[in-house]
Design a protein around this ligand. Structure first.
Ligand code: NI
Length: 209
């Protein structure tokens, strides 16, 4: 009895000491993390792999790459012209944000919609669509492969939903996210859900530009 009692006491003391050491490490690491945390580090590291090279066709029929827009901030949204609600709402917000900015700030930004439905979204259709939202909004489409590659670099999901696979009557499920890339093409931040709000976007742009 005595032997087993002292053995469990030793275990208890051992566990307590180990617990204290682990707690000390967690607290120290936490302090270090807080001290080393700043917006530049957050923006520049873990999220840097969003966005990247693409080759697409703009709404004037011209082949473009991300280099066509370098030197300016890009506001990028993935969507499609026959989207019933989400895309028109998001694009209206982007257009509204462009109009709320001072003209010299707006000049530094290229708002872009990349089609998630390149089969139906011809450059002609896109031209009509994007100019309805904003004169500066650029529509990009391309082959299915080109659009899929662009979506992949932004980690955007899209897929046909409903309707017949063969017919032209279908919807597209897709991520609804507004991405902001800086003049060097580096991802800075994104807006999703309720964050897709003109005032919020303008506020963040004014801080960054
Ligand atoms: Ni949509």
């Amino acid at each position: 009895m005595l032997a087993s009692y002292s053995s469990s006491t030793i275990w208890a003391i051992g566990a307590a000491v180990l617990g204290a050491i682990v707690l000390a490490i967690v607290v120290l690491a936490g302090n270090f993390y807080l001290k080393s945390d700043n917006p530049t580090v957050t923006v520049g590291s873990g999220v840097a792999s969003i966005g990247g090279p693409f080759t697409l066709i703009d709404h004037t029929g011209r082949t473009v790459t991300e280099k066509n827009y370098s030197g300016r901030w890009m506001l990028v949204y993935f969507g499609y012209t026959s989207c019933p609600d989400v895309c028109p709402t998001s694009l209206s917000v982007m257009a509204g944000a462009m109009d709320m900015l001072d003209p010299e700030q707006a000049e530094k930004i290229v708002p872009i919609m990349i089609s998630t439905d390149p089969t139906r979204d011809t450059p002609e259709l896109l031209a009509e669509y994007v100019t309805n939202f904003h004169p500066r909004l650029i529509g990009l489409t391309g082959s299915v492969e080109q659009a899929a590659l662009a979506a992949k670099t932004y980690r955007v999901y899209f897929a046909k939903s409903g309707g017949s696979e063969a017919g032209d009557d279908y919807l597209m499920d897709h991520s609804s996210i507004v991405y902001l890339l800086d003049p060097k093409g580096r991802f800075r931040l994104h807006f999703s859900g309720a964050q897709i709000d003109a005032e919020r976007i303008v506020e963040r742009l004014r801080q960054l530009l």
